[in-house]
Write a protein that binds this ligand. Sequence first.
Ligand code: PLP
Length: 371
Amino acid sequence: MDSVDELQPPDRLLMGPGPSETHPRVLRAFGTPPIGHLDPAFVEVMDETQDLLRETLRTDNEWTIPVSGTGSAAMEAAVGNLLEPGETMLVPGNGYFGGRMAEMARRAGGEAVTIETPWGEPLDPEDVRAACAEHDPDVVGVVHAETSTGVRQPSMPAITEAAHDHDAFVLADCVTSLGGIEFRMDEWGVDAAYSAGQKCLSCPPGASPLSISDGAMEKVLDREDPVRSWYLDLSLLEGYWGEERSYHHTAPVNNIYALREALRLIHEEGLVARWERHRRFSGALREGLWALGLEPVVAPSARLPSLTTARLPGGLAPGAVVETMREEHDVEIATGLGAFADEAVRIGCMGHGARRGPVLETLGALGETLS
Ligand code: PLP
């Protein structure tokens, strides 16, 4: 084999659906030499990371950890632990990630029932209520921020109320919302929530937030069938992240360093101020997009600040625009997904990217690309 050059990836501005721009302090933390995953000094880092996660999720849940792996690992941990074989899970049909939830529910031995809602629209809590009455689910899944469509689910408390009236647990995907838009786990009655590092937390992917209420964890610990995944079985992970701090698997030490620093940045900025910053800069990004002739896909009340889905002017092909942005301007945006693949682009405004410089650079590059 010929020699391979030292790694030198291109210098891109990441304004797609994730990964987002990483804060330099987070990169520095990521590059810190690792210590042992059972070293008392690392146990302190674990404690601090858990506390910061609770603050960011707005929860007091004891059971709040970074799962080793990307957002899908945290998603699979949530679905696979909470849903037992033979049980039913309601999943949203209004985007790509609801479909992934359904697939995971089936692989966990459960039945998935889809609440049919058009792509580009949020769930109606009344539809959730009706579906609960019809299917008597054990778990109701909600995607708080659907990255495939740019839809924010605005009525979380009404959905959790509908689910709880039927004794179902609510599992929320907040991969593209945590740290970018309002999410209040305890106040909204969410029983399990998961996220990922590489969106509004502006962290490299690899350690993903997961939080489970005491009630939901009781169900997990009372399971008759062991969780099908050994790696993601929360009753085993309890040994490492709970009181004991005993070995289960080798934690991705550097990912946890990075996540801790990303959460520390949120603590310094203030969560509410950070939500407001995302609102402000995504608003500016959108005004620029509309001025360039792009058109929104999602109605204003359900638009997700961290991700905008927009149709291009003059029937331009999204793939060609995305390629020109990347190859000629070093700016990453993405095409639509699923139902919107051929007609829209997706532009992120997340974490360290939700600032004046990245927004103006993206609009400038897009203006040149479209001219
Ligand atoms: N859920 C949503 C809403 C997402 O946007 C993503 C990733 O983009 C995932 C889950 C899966 O996360 P990951 O790609 O980090 O595994």
